[in-house]
Design a protein around this ligand. Structure first.
Ligand SMILES: *Cc1c(COP(=O)(O)O)cnc(C)c1O
Length: 294
């Protein structure tokens, strides 16, 4: 399958790489860089763009005019698909988990503003969203659609993320990212060379299924698995989209030190976990780490 890159003015690629100067790195002897994927595009940031790009190409090649996808009411992915539809000329349908609440929250209001039609599935049906009867009912209602899985989690999504490591022009030993569906980590790990390793921080509580999911995604993308990655499950802070005073304090301190306000659902947990691991000597002195902000 040939999948050329969709063109899109305003994309900042490769995303900037900046070194972080932080006194907590000096003792352990670590160099830490941030890969600012969050700056790729205001409406299609980071991994959301990387996961969608080949899906958009294939949707177009297959003659589709409509994208349909799934997400929770606060999903960054739904927003990104709405934006992609707007910029690339697809109609979009967002299937939202749970009941409708009016007025719409900011994420859903944004999606509607970008032309997305919303429909709602109760939680039981939503869990069965990949099953043929549920998909058939959605096609019946909305017409033929290119289906993008929740979170952009498919082989094409992995393939887009696999391009990230080659953008980094300096040498590094470890690359870190936050894991929701695990698609970003699956791709990044696939794009590494030599002894480089990938470290993912799970933001879901009890998300141990992620190890299997990551292997499945890699097989779907390129027919084999890599063993150069690890998922750290020790910093969920109560679970997905939960926060604690300790996490909030970390975010505030990080803003003061570096002028960057970390996304609290994903990136703040990843950076907290990373600094904890660095502080407890998990990485040998002299290690160069790249942390990806999506
Ligand atoms: C969606 C998202 C993630 C999770 O990416 P996965 O590929 O689903 O693991 C991480 N960080 C941010 C900011 C996101 O929006």
């Amino acid at each position: 399958m040939s999948a050329r890159e969709p063109r899109f003015p305003g994309l900042v690629l490769p995303s900037p790489l900046v070194e972080l100067s932080d006194d907590r790195l000096r003792g352990p002897g670590i160099r830490l860089y941030l890969k600012r994927d969050d700056l790729i595009h205001p409406e299609l940031p980071g991994n959301k763009w990387r996961k969608l790009k080949y899906n958009l190409t294939v949707a177009r090649q297959q003659g589709h005019t409509r994208l349909l996808t799934f997400g929770g009411a606060y999903s960054n992915h739904l927003r990104a698909v709405a934006a992609a539809g707007h910029f690339f000329g697809f109609e979009t349908v967002g299937v939202v988990r749970g009941e409708e609440h009016q007025p719409l929250n900011d994420s859903l209001a944004y999606a509607v503003g970008r032309g997305m039609r919303l429909t709602y599935l109760d939680r039981t049906t939503y869990r069965r969203k990949a099953e043929p009867d549920v998909l058939a009912a959605l096609s019946e209602e909305f017409g033929p659609c290119y289906m993008v899985p929740e979170g952009g989690g498919n082989g094409l999504g992995v393939r887009g993320c696999a391009e990230l490591p080659a953008e980094i022009e300096r040498g590094f030993d470890v690359i870190c990212c936050a894991c929701g569906t695990g698609t970003t980590l699956a791709g990044i790990a696939a794009g590494l060379t030599g002894d480089q390793r990938a470290w993912g921080l799970a933001v879901l509580k009890g998300g141990r299924f992620l190890d299997d999911e990551l292997r499945r995604l890699q097989r779907e993308s390129f027919d084999h698995e890599t063993d150069n990655w690890t998922i750290d499950y020790d910093f969920p802070f109560g679970g997905y989209a939960k926060r604690t005073p300790e996490l909030d304090a970390f975010i505030a301190d990080f803003t003061t030190r570096h002028g960057i306000t970390l996304d609290w659902v994903y990136e703040a947990k990843m950076m907290y976990g990373l600094f904890e691991r660095i502080g407890s000597g998990a990485f040998a002195p002299g290690t160069t780490i790249v942390a990806v902000l999506s």
